[in-house]
Design a protein around this ligand. Structure first.
Ligand code: TMP
Length: 206
């Protein structure tokens, strides 16, 4: 099962993924954690280029860089793991390209989606958690962390558009989306996500 985690900057994806992975691991279930862009040596190299604040990257070039990383990740990591019935927890997947490059940068949604589906061999998530937080809180957390990357440096309006994009995706793909309130305490978020994963697995059992 492929479970993806989405949200604007500093929404709390990594903390949630860590808690869920620990949970599944403790129960002896096969689990794999990965992220985008990245997750392979090629992807990690592309990630460094993509996030480098000193570069100017055209929006369509962003899509291509991200999907090069994605294609490698799917081919080398995600598809093989799914074949062995491992639960894959992926920190961002192609919805991020629609939210950031289409809603954020203004590229056509359907074209970006099609490029993404070609890159993933048409593999789509079984379940997607959108951890939703207000942009003001996101910016506060990024500031507190320090050292903002190229995307984190974009203005508030860009991040509002990305948030709007995610909420639109959650409506469009309502069957696989669960929107979580990212302002809830960590434990409450993890408990809610755990329950949704359990439900989804039971529904998928033969
Ligand atoms: P992360 O720091 O949350 O791992 O994400 C890296 C950054 O890359 C984040 O600002 C979102 C951005 N991104 C896109 O713009 N498009 C994408 O398709 C992906 C996967 C990430």
């Amino acid at each position: 099962m492929l479970v993806t985690f989405e949200g604007i900057e500093a929404a709390g994806k990594s903390t949630l993924i860590e808690a869920l992975a620990q949970d599944l691991g403790t129960r002896g279930e096969p689990v794999l954690v990965t992220r985008e862009p990245g997750g392979t040596p090629l992807g990690d190299a592309l990630r460094a280029i993509f996030l480098d604040p000193s570069r100017r990257v055209d929006p369509m070039a962003e899509v291509m860089l991200l999907n090069a990383s994605r294609a490698q990740l799917v081919a080398d990591v995600i598809a093989p793991a799914l074949r062995t019935r491992t639960t894959v927890l992926c920190d961002r997947f192609f919805d991020a390209s629609v939210a950031y490059q289409s809603f954020g940068r203004g590229l056509d949604v359907e074209s970006v989606l099609e490029v993404c589906l070609v890159a993933t061999q048409r593999i789509a998530p079984d379940l997607t958690f959108l951890i939703d937080i207000p942009v003001a809180l996101s910016r506060e957390r990024v500031r507190a962390r320090g050292g903002a990357d190229r995307l984190e440096r974009e203005n508030g309006q860009f991040h509002e558009q990305v948030r709007t994009g995610y909420l639109a995706l959650a409506e469009r793909f309502a069957k696989r989306y669960v929107v979580l309130d990212g302002t809830l305490p960590r434990e409450a978020l993890a408990a809610a996500a755990r329950e949704h994963i359990e439900q989804r697995r039971n529904a998928a059992l033969p």
